[in-house]
Design a protein around this ligand. Structure first.
Ligand code: AMP
Ligand code: GLY
Length: 430
């Protein structure tokens, strides 16, 4: 099977790494990929949003299966275009991807199908939004309706912050059309988890639950980032909670989408808040989480190809997903200054420390190969992944490996997985 992966981050490196182990894969391409991905797949110089060119490429190279990383390609309709041309592709259609590309759509769907989420109201008019925010008071959450690269949500602690957010989105239009419509939402309190399933539109296979670390500094301080690290499985999600999430959230969402004529196949990723009133949806994503999947895939014993294939073919009801016992943690090594300004082009030293190791790996995020060496080429540069018998062991291995890697300005959080490590009896199993 000839496989194309679309994307260029740590998520896509993890996908390419896992796919490269499949006996079914004869040739792997990645568009546009990165330095590390280039060691495992042939890189194709086409951007993730140039869906026409990607379809041309897939057709000309007889690609049997395309796997899409970023939401922006899905929101552009890559799946619809590929399917129209008879090309097999894993992911939801443009209309189904609205679960992520329109927060108003997602909230309305949840309301209609009684899926637990925070109270909310939707506004196209800033005057009405201000009046509502004044009436409810802070803390309150203001969200742009459209895709903003993870920056469209403001958790406002004060009324003036909330009013300021409305101004930025609706008057100053900092995210252009994405902020013309907003969702104003009740602030939920609790611990966040990432709950991902692979679905064919009817059956859903849960992946290991994971926890992300969105803030740049230790102790969840500082601005939000694309994610500074993740671990799986998250012990806070036990079998009973997992079953509850499947029954109350995942399956009703998939059935609700089908009732709307929007059959959803691909990855459904529920960002959940575990409130004292049960799990509630913060947001849906329609793709693998980054950096969650970097910590999930190393524990997947099953071949990924049949899983993706069966989702595309609508036969997941007969598919099994097997997991290795133990835990996995992924720590992001970022360029100093990220998520603000940072420098790139810094030589990365010490990557040979990973050679021949199975318990630690480096998934590249923003790197480029420059002759025989790798240089930093983005804000998030590497994901150092450790796998161990339990979470403590995995964390120890990851940080030990990080000690061998260096580039100028390298920055990382020292406390990834701290929440789970604080909890008593952190023995996890698959
Ligand atoms: P979103 O853009 O919806 O993924 O939200 C980004 C982040 O904002 C989430 O991961 C949460 O940390 C936070 N957040 C979003 N919605 C809420 C909410 N209703 N209450 C509290 N925090 C939220
Ligand atoms: N880690 C969160 C996301 O992929 O959106």
């Amino acid at each position: 099977m000839r496989v194309l992966v679309v994307g260029s981050g740590g998520r896509e490196h993890a996908l390419v790494w896992k796919l490269s182990q499949s006996p079914e894969v004869t040739k792997l391409f990645c568009a546009p990929g990165n330095g590390g991905i280039g060691e495992l797949a042939e890189l194709v110089d086409i951007g993730t949003e140039d869906v026409e060119a990607l379809a041309e490429f897939a057709e000309s190279k007889d690609i049997d299966l395309t796997v899409v990383g970023p939401e922006s390609s899905l929101a552009k309709g890559i799946v619809d275009l590929f399917e129209k041309r008879g090309l097999r592709i894993f992911g939801p259609s443009k209309a189904a991807a609205r679960l992520e590309s329109s927060k108003a759509f997602a909230k309305n769907l949840m309301k209609k199908y009684h899926i637990p989420t925070g109270q909310f109201a939707i506004f196209d008019d800033p005057q009405a939004a201000r009046a509502y925010v004044r009436q409810l008071g802070a803390p309150i959450v203001v969200k742009a309706d459209g895709l903003c690269g993870g920056k469209g949500t403001i958790v406002a602690q004060t009324l003036s912050e909330a009013l300021g957010a409305i101004d930025l989105l609706m008057e100053d239009r900092i995210f252009k059309q994405a902020g013309e419509r907003i969702v104003v939402e009740e602030r939920l309190v609790g611990e966040e988890v990432s709950f991902l399933v692979i679905t064919d539109g009817v059956t859903a296979l849960p992946l290991l639950p994971a926890q992300d670390h969105k803030r740049v500094h230790d102790g969840d301080k500082g601005p939000n980032t694309g994610g500074m690290g993740a671990y799986a499985p998250a012990p806070i999600v036990d079998a009973a909670l997992s079953a509850q999430v499947m029954e109350q959230i995942i399956l009703p969402t998939i059935r609700g989408m089908a009732s709307e004529g929007l059959s959803f196949s691909g990855v459904l990723f529920a960002g959940l808040m575990l409130t004292s009133d049960g799990p509630k949806v913060l947001e849906f994503n329609v793709r693998f989480g980054d950096p969650e999947i970097q910590a999930i895939l190393p524990l997947l014993k099953s071949d990924l190809v049949p899983l993706l294939d069966d989702a595309v073919e609508g036969r997941l009801s007969t598919t099994q997903c097997q997991w290795q016992s133990g835990s996995c943690v992924s720590v992001v090594l970022a360029s100093g200054g990220y998520p603000g300004d940072f420098q790139i082009g810094k030589e990365i030293r010490g990557l040979d420390a990973f050679a021949g190791r199975r318990d630690v790996m480096a998934f590249h995020a923003g790197t480029k190969k420059d002759k025989a060496r790798f240089v930093s080429w983005g804000g998030r540069v590497l994901n150092v992944v450790g796998t161990g018998a339990d979470l403590e062991d995995a964390v120890k291995r990851a940080y030990e490996a990080i000690g061998k890697v260096a580039f100028d300005g390298m920055y990382y959080r020292k406390d990834i997985a701290y929440r789970a490590l604080k909890r008593p009896a952190v023995k996890s199993g698959g």
